[in-house]
Design a protein around this ligand. Structure first.
Ligand SMILES: C[S@@+](CC[C@H](N)C(=O)[O-])C[C@H]1O[C@@H](n2cnc3c(N)ncnc32)[C@H](O)[C@@H]1O
Length: 362
């Protein structure tokens, strides 16, 4: 499953990720700087600086991140009078990701790089694609210095097996505790295996910065994470009551995501035991990506916010929903969803909780 499918959907969805990137890039830059200063000897022994962006998608954010990291390495190399080595960038996503879109943007990316840092430096930057799941091994042993992943790790490798979650599409306030446990266990398994695989690929003292959507409250059925999908489940049920889709089809549709609480993430990191947790930051952003800069009281526009949120969630869920329910019903579902979200936001401020985790390989 690829929630980044299609240029239109990505564009609608990218402003959330931009807001998140604005928060995490300073952290990334500080960490790379710290690596250069404190581990100079370690990294001097190596011919190159290798980074990977896991779950990179294929939109403008992907190369923006790469460009920021390359600029940082270039600046640090000059600052510390450090012979610039080669920079290897591995862009990973699922096979279905539009890597062609990404690769087509590379010639102009390299032209800009030459303009900014000169021909010689541009010849030392190697960008390649790694189409595979990050829940598998991706790269050779000890081949990476720095790993980044933004807004991808809350996606599970699969919907938990044998889920009995009638009338919902994710964890919900009224769902059975078995459903909660199944989602929790799947996340545990996936995130644990993500850490194991990266532990082989990252050199000692190498770093990872991971940002994913989580929750601020231990209870997984709390509003801050499951409400946005429960409103979608209710919109699907609206169509069931009109006879437009079958109840069994809603009962058998579940989202392969999980929004963990910070302690759940910390426990898995400790149990897996290959990484030290250096920093754990939590920040919020509004459901409506256009609403980031305004207080809810001054510029809140119910209709616009409902539409923006519905577009975001549609861009993420459409590929899966199209397969399960068919394309014809989707406009109807999301019209209802837009109204439900608008009414919800009018009554309750609701935000995404973002977890940014900085790890150092032991
Ligand atoms: C919301 S996009 C985030 C894109 C980008 N990192 C950003 O911040 O703009 C999530 C991406 O994660 C990818 N993804 C989900 N599960 C994955 C997996 N198991 N392995 C690799 N990529 C995955 C999706 O295909 C999608 O492109």
């Amino acid at each position: 499953m690829n929630q980044g499918d299609g240029k239109k959907s990505y564009a609608q969805n990218s402003s959330h990720q931009m807001a998140v990137m604005r928060k995490t890039l300073p952290i990334v830059k500080d960490i790379i700087k710290e690596m250069f200063i404190n581990h100079l000897t370690l990294f001097e022994m190596l011919e190159n600086f290798s980074i990977a962006d896991l779950g990179c998608a294929s939109g403008p954010n992907t190369l923006l991140f790469v460009s920021e990291v390359i600029d940082t390495v270039h600046k640090l190399s000059n600052q510390y009078n450090y012979k610039t080595r080669e920079i290897m960038v591995f862009l990973n996503d699922l096979h279905k990701n539009d890597f062609n879109n990404l690769f087509n943007a590379l010639p102009s990316f390299y032209d800009k790089l030459k303009e900014k840092h000169g021909y010689e430096f541009s010849q030392k930057c190697f960008i390649s694609g790694v189409p595979s799941s990050f829940y598998e091994r991706l790269l050779p042993s000890k081949s990476l210095h720095f790993v980044y992943s933004s807004y991808s790790l809350h996606w599970l490798s699969q919907v938990p097996r044998n889920l009995d979650n009638k009338g919902h599409i994710y964890v919900a306030k009224t769902c059975h505790s078995d459903v909660v446990d199944a989602y929790k266990n799947q996340f545990y398994k996936d995130f644990y295996s993500f850490l194991v695989h990266r532990s082989h690929e990252i050199i000692p003292k190498g770093r990872m910065v991971l940002t994913l959507i989580g929750r601020s409250i231990p209870d997984p059925s709390s509003n801050d994470c499951c409400c946005i999908l429960e409103l979608l489940a209710q919109s699907l049920l609206d169509l069931v009551s009109q006879g437009l889709i079958r109840k069994e089809d809603v009962d058998s549709f579940n989202m392969p995501v999980y929004h963990p609480y910070k302690d759940e993430v910390k426990t898995i990191i400790q149990k897996e035991n290959s990484f030290d947790l250096e920093k754990f930051e939590i920040f919020e952003c509004n459901w409506d990506p256009d609403d980031q800069d305004y207080g809810y009281t001054d510029k809140f526009d119910k209709k616009r916010s409902g539409r923006n949120v519905a577009n975001c969630i549609r861009s993420i869920t459409e590929p899966m929903m199209k397969i399960h329910f068919g394309e014809l019903v989707l406009d109807n579902v999301f019209e209802r969803y837009e109204k439900r979200v608008a009414n919800h936001l009018e009554n309750e401020k609701t935000k995404y909780i973002n977890l940014t985790i900085c790890l150092k390989k032991k």
